[in-house]
Design a protein around this ligand. Structure first.
Ligand SMILES: [Zn+2]
Ligand SMILES: [Zn+2]
Length: 254
């Protein structure tokens, strides 16, 4: 297997992902002509969220306007899904109990609802807010939407590499102290393990014995378009599940 650069090449080599890929690519296509919102400049956003550690979209002064735009897009692009403004608000606030209840009582497929909602959020957040540098933010949750990371990436920095966390919901990438577990904060190196797959993959699992969570970590910097899409390495989640490891941060999970 040579180095894969395009998603098409990758999917040709990983035929079992075809159906999952078609679903996600269709979602992206439906949303492709949606414009991102005019949110405050990056410096302003960082100043705000760092002052009280409340993520941008969870702030009272932003949430309402942002949700209005989400609801408008959902109505236009996904009319059959019937995600009500109330449900959208609960999804954004991560009120899982309310989300469960509303989906059950409206007979909505919760996984599909969550995927559509967060894909819409991702699309509405401007790209320039999603690429944060080393000292921009240091928490273990996303500065934009507040969710836990779903993946990580190692990027070259001086002689070594720095670790960045990736939000599976809104697509933000932010720096994280390299050795500790982003889910429970454990920094006992005896308890953090790296699980690598034989030779071929540029993804590894960082496993924490303290909380049992794992984090799929992409070790290179050229094919984010493949390896930072959570669904594109679904097979690694299945392997992790066989090892009784716990996945965190995925949009379809609570
Ligand atoms: Zn986010
Ligand atoms: Zn942990």
């Amino acid at each position: 297997m040579g180095k894969l650069q395009t998603l098409d090449e990758y999917l040709a080599e990983n035929e079992f992902l075809r159906e999952t890929a078609e679903f996600h690519l269709r979602l992206e296509k439906i949303l492709s002509n949606v414009q991102s919102l005019d949110l405050p400049a990056r410096e302003k956003v960082l100043e705000l969220v760092n002052a009280d550690k409340i993520p941008l979209l969870q702030r009272d002064d932003f949430r309402k306007n942002f949700l209005d735009a989400v609801n408008e897009t959902l109505t236009k692009k996904f009319p059959e899904q019937k995600i009500s403004p109330e449900l959208a608000e609960k999804l954004l606030q991560q009120d899982n109990h309310a989300v469960n209840e509303i989906c059950a009582s409206s007979e909505l497929n919760e996984t599909l609802t969550r995927k559509i909602f967060w894909a819409t959020v991702d699309k509405l957040v401007p790209e320039n807010l999603k690429r944060l540098e080393r000292d921009d933010w240091s928490e273990n949750f996303c500065p934009i939407c507040g969710r836990r990371p779903v993946m990580a990436q190692l990027k070259k920095f001086n002689e070594g590499r720095a670790r960045y966390l990736s939000c599976g919901a809104c697509g933000t990438l932010w720096h994280w102290r390299r050795t500790s577990c982003p889910y429970c904060g454990c920094d006992d190196l005896e308890k953090i393990h790296i699980f690598e797959f034989d030779g071929k993959l540029t993804i590894r699992l960082d496993v924490c014995d303290e909380c049992g969570a794992y984090l799929k970590t992409y070790g290179e910097e050229d094919a984010e378009n493949i390896y930072l899409r959570d669904w594109a390495t679904l097979h690694l989640d299945l392997l992790a599940e066989e090892k009784n490891l716990r996945k965190c941060g995925a949009v379809e999970l609570e």
